[in-house]
Design a protein around this ligand. Structure first.
Ligand SMILES: [Zn+2]
Ligand SMILES: [Zn+2]
Length: 203
């Protein structure tokens, strides 16, 4: 993961929005929950390459979890990207996704939108709207058995199969509240909708 690319793009976005507090972003290699932090999920498009057989694949459902808090005028974001495994090799090893720079920027625009809404009370209609860039055609359902997010039970499963708009970032907080109010993510867990179906692309 290009940690510097994520950190630089995040700081640029904070500066562009004229946010006065200091904010930092760090990547956590292993998934851990920070209780009471605001949680925000986006599903982005990214590519993978198997280190064992060289197979390449892409997914429009690469799960990025941002955990966010603002304390004593200092903001903090811990980020985890859930990895995927090659379905041919079926090894225990999960591969890191590769994001194009535009999708890093878009994910961070969405993150800073959420920060602006939740911590600075900026109305959503005043915030920029962006969609992830993808290419290739969809083939096959989300490969849950080889997804780190699914292994942790945090991938969002829904049933809007065949909706080609599924990958677009849409905040559906009400739906999320309804679906997940009784599960482990009962604290402020924000969710962008995304189908688990037909989101893998064979390159
Ligand atoms: Zn492989
Ligand atoms: Zn998954």
């Amino acid at each position: 993961m290009e940690e510097d690319a994520w950190k630089d793009a995040f700081q640029n976005e904070i500066i562009i929005r004229n946010i006065s507090h200091f904010w930092s972003l760090d990547i956590e290699e292993s998934f851990q929950k920070h209780p009471s932090w605001l949680q925000y999920t986006v599903y982005s498009f990214a590519r993978f390459c198997c280190q064992l057989c060289g197979r390449r694949w892409a997914s429009a459902k690469v799960h990025i979890l941002f955990q966010i808090r603002l304390m004593r005028k200092t903001g903090q974001v811990m980020m985890h990207v859930f990895k995927q495994r090659c379905k041919l090799c079926n090894a225990a090893y999960y591969e890191q996704p590769e994001f194009i720079p535009e999708n890093i920027e878009i994910a961070l625009t969405m993150l800073v939108n959420r920060i602006c809404e939740k911590f600075y009370n900026i109305p959503k209609e005043n915030l920029p709207s962006r969609s992830f860039i993808r290419d290739g055609r969809q083939e096959g359902p989300h490969d849950s058995s080889n997804c780190e997010g699914c292994a942790h039970g945090v991938c969002h499963q829904n049933s809007n199969q065949g909706n080609v708009q599924y990958y677009r970032p849409r905040v559906t907080g009400t739906e999320w509240d309804r679906r997940y109010q009784n599960n482990r993510y009962t604290d402020q867990y924000d969710q962008d909708s995304g189908s688990c179906c037909n989101c893998c692309v064979i390159l």
